[in-house]
Write a protein that binds this ligand. Structure first.
Ligand code: FES
Ligand code: FES
Length: 152
């Protein structure tokens, strides 16, 4: 048995310890907001937060996740919720497939750096691919979120 803490709740799972976290999150526990894209650590669709930092869950064996605080797109954290609000205001998603990964990477960035520069936004968000080309709206929504947080 492996014990995972996901979105503040403990889950005991009886799986092969080498199984990627993404499989467990989606197929065993049922949080399907995290997406499978490439399965090779290249696209960012499967990003989740591990102790506040974005990781590709398709590349993480579930056995390495014990004792970690995992947050998926279904989770609630201040930065994730603030970004989701901004995403809605900017109508960011097109097909939506990449967007949970995009939001998780943006959340990780703000967790580590509340005032990212343009270059830092570009650098951080380069971990995520969007087939629909929503990059401009993503950057706009991140900048707006940072501005709103600085005002409050
Ligand atoms: S599915 Fe994990 S990086 Fe593409
Ligand atoms: S919104 Fe379609 S892949 Fe990004």
């Amino acid at each position: 048995m492996i014990t995972l803490k996901i979105n503040g709740k403990e889950h005991e799972v009886d799986v092969d310890p080498t199984m990627p976290l993404l499989w467990v999150i989606r197929d065993i526990i049922g949080y399907t907001g995290t997406k499978f894209g490439c399965g090779k650590g290249l696209c960012g669709a499967c990003m989740v937060l591990m102790d506040g930092n974005a990781v590709n869950s398709c590349q993480m064996p579930v056995s390495a996740m014990e004792g970690k605080e995992i947050i998926t797109i279904e989770g609630k954290t201040e930065n994730l919720q603030a970004l989701q609000k901004s995403w809605a205001e900017f109508n960011v998603p097109q097909c939506g497939f990449c967007q949970s990964g995009q939001l998780i990477t943006a959340t990780s960035m703000l967790n580590n750096n509340p005032n990212p520069s343009e270059a830092e936004i570009n650098g951080n968000m380069s971990r995520n691919i969007c087939r629909c080309g929503t990059y401009t709206r993503i950057k706009g929504a991140i900048k707006h979120c940072v501005e709103q947080k600085n005002k409050s």
